[in-house]
Design a protein around this ligand. Structure first.
Ligand SMILES: C[S@@+](CC[C@H](N)C(=O)[O-])C[C@H]1O[C@@H](n2cnc3c(N)ncnc32)[C@H](O)[C@@H]1O
Length: 218
């Protein structure tokens, strides 16, 4: 019922959403202000980024090695660094990389911003925390903007990620997913690579259930 309603409302919501983010806007969280570029995943109205921010808020991140894989706007990375973490923020979107480097300077926060296709440029690096808010709609992305949303027709993003992840897995490797996506299929892709999803948070926002999973070796 809720899914059906969402489907009907999607074109209208998408129209206003695209109109809103077609201009650069700003977003502030805990005193950190970033520019939102139209080519980059917008953290303001998307629920997932906010849930992750609130989840890491009470953690003692001082001196912890922290990776945000697919950092987008980088607000999570900047916030983690403001709490004392040693942060690496990676993305495949060069615009996101450029804007985040500027935001780090403007906020006087030190982070390492890296261009990387998943973990390819981070080989041999280990982290205490790995945070992933993945694209999960099964469609082939046509450009960088779409890479924030689409994981490939056959979930290629996850296929590749789960191949690489066992070499980097930390005790705190967390992925957020929504009930809107094909969670069981994504879990099966993980299992193929000896990975297991353990539920650590369930949160409903506007009747949409969101989950944070800890990814472990099975
Ligand atoms: C849903 S957005 C999340 C952005 C940010 N972590 C947040 O929570 O606001 C997914 C991000 O993953 C990035 N991404 C998609 N495919 C990627 C890949 N193969 N390697 C690295 N990053 C990728 C996108 O560019 C996008 O910034």
């Amino acid at each position: 019922m809720v899914k059906k309603l969402k489907k009907q409302l999607y074109p209208v919501a998408r129209f206003f959403f695209d109109k809103y983010i077609s201009k650069q806007r700003k977003y502030t969280y805990e005193g950190i202000t970033i520019a939102i570029h139209e080519e980059v995943f917008p953290p303001k109205f998307t629920i997932s980024t906010k849930i992750l921010l609130e989840y890491i808020k009470p953690l003692d991140l001082k001196d912890k090695n922290f990776l945000e894989l697919g950092c987008g706007s980088g607000i999570i990375s900047l916030f983690a660094a403001s709490k004392g973490a040693k942060v690496t923020a990676s993305d495949i979107n060069q615009t996101a990389i450029r804007i985040l480097k500027e935001a780090a300077i403007n906020n006087e926060i030190s982070i390492n911003v890296v261009y990387s296709d998943l973990l390819e440029s981070l080989q041999n690096q280990q982290f205490d925390y790995i945070i992933i808010n993945p694209p999960y709609y099964p469609k082939a992305p046509q450009n960088d903007k779409e890479r924030a949303w689409f994981c490939g027709e056959n979930f290629e993003y996850f296929e590749k990620l789960f191949l690489q992840l066992p070499h980097h897995l930390s005790p705190n490797t967390w992925m957020i997913l929504s009930e809107d996506c094909e969670i069981d299929h994504i879990k099966q892709l993980a299992i193929k690579n000896g990975l297991f999803f353990k539920l650590i948070l369930e949160k409903s926002v506007i009747r949409e259930k969101n989950y944070i999973f800890q990814i472990e070796k099975s």
